[in-house]
Design a protein around this ligand. Structure first.
Ligand code: ADP
Ligand code: MG
Length: 460
């Protein structure tokens, strides 16, 4: 079935408009001005648009209204008036005079829309392989994802990608979707978050309509399922996912999963599922190193309306070291400040001012370096920092090491791989193990609690 048959007129209008923006403006403009906007209603030849910031209106009026009118002509064969509002409530709009016909009336006569929307209902066009910056931290995941999109995936089925938040898992899944669709617009592909999968399943179960659920999820060439750790403790959904997985896998249909952790650490997910997750290829994305962070920043700033000095880029790369989402959020704040102040160049001072509030939301990450934790733990237990980082398995050293890792996890926002790195390049699973161990000891050992509180007080 062709896409435009499934979309209603309103959706076609909006999709067409988004396409036009995407082909006429830089992605940064799209991200900043359009990505959060919503079409609330179209009635009486008037489109009501929600904008999350009122100052965006002026930009819309200047730049996008023309495109909206063009989209309206294509879809409705009529021009359109645009109203903006800054809340998402849809209050009923009544036309000033009764003379205007509801737009629906003109549909029948409207020229057949000359569009072939390339927009897939659940795949985000903005996440592509082209704009996914490669670094040591993600190159294998990216290579595997590319292989899978080229249908070389027989070997990698399923492909299981895992890593901490904000490191590009959702981006890669969507990039696979976009690549597959651009190579073959008729590919049957579905991107779904595990949350949506759960809700979808429960809804169909309730409506006693499992047939259509199965039809949706089993007649696919590609199933891209995000954040699979969310299936934990959802026994009936896990059962259904197990069946979905098997149905697709036996037909050699490609499955790609993401998770915030290694399959071995997925708690409360059935063993038979975990086993299947490991059938294909498992690939980890770790936090980007400094060089990669600079490359990502450069890539994103190329699209900005403003010029970032090299110094600013180094500054930002130093401020956000574990999560690309934070890095992007910082750029958004900076773009916003620059647009409000009419700046053209972004200096370190401007960047620092723009991100101040963002940094205040995670003060612990700011004030407590892992090194400080290591020093205090080292003093407290009389174990050198070098020993904390080495691999010697003497009992008191092991204990001190585990406490230090526990505190690094507890008091900072650093990812497990980052912490592992700071402790003599250990695997993140070691950190996880140490953390869990100390945590469970704390439940039964009051002395340990006193020790740890004392160390914490020194650190703060
Ligand atoms: P996750 O799903 O792992 O939590 P996302 O895929 O949502 O992370 O990524 C967070 C943001 O960071 C997205 O906007 C994404 O485009 C961006 N991002 C992450 N990694 C990269 C990269 N290597 N190159 C470009 N953008 C990236
Ligand atoms: Mg994600």
């Amino acid at each position: 079935k062709r896409r435009e048959d499934v979309m209603n007129q309103e959706q076609r209008f909006w999709h067409r408009f988004l396409e036009l923006v995407q082909s006429n403006f830089k992605p940064s403009v799209y991200d900043f001005y359009v990505a959060d906007a919503k079409l609330l209603t179209i009635q009486y030849q008037t489109a009501k648009i929600f904008l999350n910031r009122d100052f965006k209106k002026e930009f819309w009026e200047k730049n996008f209204e023309e495109l909206m009118v063009a989209a309206s002509f294509e879809v409705y064969g009529e021009p359109i008036t645009i109203l903006y509002q800054f809340t998402e409530e849809t209050t009923q709009y009544t036309p000033q005079s009764g003379a205007i016909q509801p737009i629906e009336n003109s549909i029948a006569e409207a020229a057949p829309a000359e569009i072939l929307p390339t927009v897939h209902p659940d795949i985000k066009p903005k996440y592509t392989f082209e704009n996914f910056v490669q670094g040591d931290n993600n190159q294998w995941a990216k290579a595997a994802a590319l292989a899978v999109s080229d249908n070389l995936g027989g070997l990698y089925n399923p492909l299981f990608i895992f890593g901490g938040p904000g490191l590009g898992k959702t981006h890669i899944l969507n990039a696979i979707g976009n690549k597959v669709l651009s190579d073959n617009p008729h590919a049957r592909i579905k991107y779904v978050s595990s949350e949506t999968f759960i809700n979808d399943f429960l809804k169909h179960l309730q409506l006693n309509d499992m047939d259509s659920f199965k039809k949706t999820y089993r007649n696919l060439d590609f199933l891209l399922i995000d954040d699979i750790q969310s299936l934990k403790n959802k026994a009936s959904t896990q059962e259904e996912f197990f069946n979905t997985f098997n149905a697709l896998h036996t037909q050699d249909k490609q499955i790609v999963l993401t998770s915030d952790r290694n399959p071995d650490f997925l708690d409360n997910i059935e063993e038979r599922l975990v086993t299947r997750f490991k059938w294909g290829l498992t690939s980890e994305i770790t936090p980007p190193d400094y060089e990669t962070r600079i490359a990502i920043l450069r890539n994103k700033c190329d699209e900005s309306l403003y010029t970032f000095t090299n110094e600013t880029l180094s500054y930002l790369a130093g401020q956000f070291d574990s999560n690309v989402r934070d890095l992007e959020g910082a750029l958004k704040d900076i773009n916003l400040l620059a647009s409000m102040r009419n700046l053209s160049e972004i200096t370190v001072e401007v960047a620092a001012e723009a991100i101040r509030s963002r940094k205040q939301t995670s003060p612990q990450n700011l004030v407590i370096p892992i090194e400080k934790i290591q020093n205090e733990v080292s003093n407290f237990y009389g174990v050198s920092v070098k020993e904390l980082k080495a691999s010697k398995r003497v009992q008191h050293i092991v204990h001190a090491r585990q406490v230090a890792m526990y505190l690094a996890r507890e008091l900072t926002d650093n990812s497990l791989p980052k912490i592992g790195k700071e402790f003599g390049n250990r695997d993140h699973t070691t950190v996880m193990h140490a953390y869990n161990k100390i945590k469970s000891l704390l439940l039964v050992d009051d002395n340990l609690e006193i020790e740890i509180t004392a160390i914490k007080n020194k650190i703060r």
